[in-house]
Design a protein around this ligand. Structure first.
Ligand SMILES: N[C@@H](CCC(=O)N[C@@H](CS)C(=O)NCC(=O)O)C(=O)O
Length: 265
């Protein structure tokens, strides 16, 4: 039996839930409240020493990293139905799965320099924020979080995030101009691996990042959003009030973000 430790609105959890739905797999669900700090529980950290979600446990085998989890599920239980075949397709797929590490970091940057920053600073005292940072096991991630909470969009991490997204969108546009899905006519785990990140930007009201320059991404996003796996893996976990707050909070940042986006080298 599969057990998934996940967060209801965490992007990397969303993509694994979309993958599980695409493959028609059921699982035992353990939802962690990341704002409360469930990820730091010592028992959870035995499964995931980095104190992040998601973590999949399959009959005692622990699998971490959302893109690896997708890969594992497809190979072990999906007979590779979401994995394109052939040398070129396999290398391109593997490259996209690796790139999700950077793309995730970029989405994390844009969240914690804008709406998550506002939420945390409104809810917590500076002592509580310092305690939360202290609990993050990786000192570099801790410094990044501090820089985002202090500097907001002026943090150095923001330019890096925008560059990563610009590069990813350029390549996504090229792929999606040529065919419906990222890897060709057939839907694949690359589509699953990317959906949550683009959807998060959409929910933040940042779709202007692609609408003009990379329009094929919008058609792909809407096609993804109309799939049953999106309803099961993402929409079902989104609280409507929180979603509206996210969009309204994100809207405050759009003009500033757009200016930075247009100035990218
Ligand atoms: N590369 C990892 C990233 C995992 C990650 O950072 N997860 C976030 C949620 S999307 C998390 O658990 N954050 C907890 C925290 O920041 O304390 C993956 O794709 O699984």
């Amino acid at each position: 039996m599969l057990t998934l430790y996940h967060g209801s609105t965490s992007v990397c959890s969303q993509k694994v839930r979309v993958g599980l739905a695409e493959l028609g797999l059921s699982y035992d669900s353990v939802v962690l409240d990341l704002q409360r700090g469930d990820q730091f529980d010592p028992d959870y950290r035995k499964l995931n020493p980095s104190a992040v979600v998601p973590t999949l446990v399959d009959d005692g085998l622990v699998v971490v990293e959302s893109s690896l989890i997708l890969d594992y599920l497809d190979r072990k239980m999906g007979a590779g139905q979401l994995s394109p075949k052939g040398d070129v397709a396999e290398v391109t797929t593997a490259h996209w799965m690796l790139r999700t590490l950077d793309i995730h970091a970029a989405i994390n940057t844009l969240s914690f320099s804008t709406v998550a920053r506002d939420r945390i600073r409104a809810k917590k005292t500076s002592e509580q924020i310092a305690q939360d940072l202290e609990r993050m096991p990786d000192p570099v991630s801790r410094l990044k979080r501090l820089s985002l909470l202090e500097g907001g969009l002026d943090s150095v991490h923001v330019t890096q995030a925008l560059l990563i997204l610009h590069r990813a969108f350029t390549d996504m546009q090229a792929a999606l101009e040529a065919h419906d899905w990222m890897m060709g006519a057939a839907f694949s785990k690359v589509d699953v691996a990317l959906i949550a990140y683009v959807d998060r930007l959409d929910r933040l009201g940042f779709s202007g990042l692609w609408l003009t320059e990379f329009p094929a991404i919008d058609g792909w996003l809407r096609a993804m959003q109309s799939r049953q796996s999106y309803a099961t893996g993402i929409a079902a976990f989104a609280d409507p009030v929180a979603s509206e707050t996210l969009r309204q909070s994100g809207a405050h940042y759009w003009l500033d973000l757009e200016e930075r986006w247009l100035k990218l080298p």
